[in-house]
Design a protein around this ligand. Structure first.
Ligand code: HEC
Length: 106
């Protein structure tokens, strides 16, 4: 029981690490620093959500923390929605940092 749980946690950590590294070299520089959620959002999300996240084609994200939890936001970032939010624009640690930043906007 304990052992399989550990394997699961370790397995998903590896999975996330693998996903984070593949195609996003340019985002935040040094590998050791945690990704900067605000910077990632400003680079990847403003074309549709507006330069100040005030909404343009897509809904505003500037008070997202009042509407969704960090986990729900991460889920939308990873899976997208069937009404036009594309999945997997950002991945792994970048997606987590962006979700954390957005969850803090209220
Ligand atoms: C290609 C345009 C596009 C880009 C780029 C984009 N989005 Fe979206 N996003 C949308 C659209 C359209 C919707 C509305 C979809 C819906 O109502 O289901 C949406 C909805 C969302 C929602 C749900 C908002 C709500 O109030 O329910 C979240 C959260 C979100 N986007 C986050 C992001 C983040 C974070 C990024 C940057 C990584 C991003 N989006 C980049 C088009 C985009």
């Amino acid at each position: 029981m304990k052992k399989s749980l550990l394997t699961l946690i370790f397995g998903s950590a590896l999975f996330l690490a693998a996903c984070g590294g593949d195609d996003k070299e340019q985002s935040t520089g040094g590998e050791t620093a945690a990704p900067n959620g605000e910077k990632i959002v400003m680079q990847s999300c403003t074309t549709c959500h507006g330069g100040k996240l005030q909404g343009s084609g897509a809904p505003a994200l500037d008070k997202l923390g009042a509407k969704y939890s960090e986990q729900e936001i991460l889920d939308i970032i990873i899976n997208g929605t069937d009404k036009g939010m594309p999945p997997s624009l950002i991945k792994g640690a970048d997606a987590e940092a962006a979700a954390k930043y957005l969850a803090g906007l209220k």
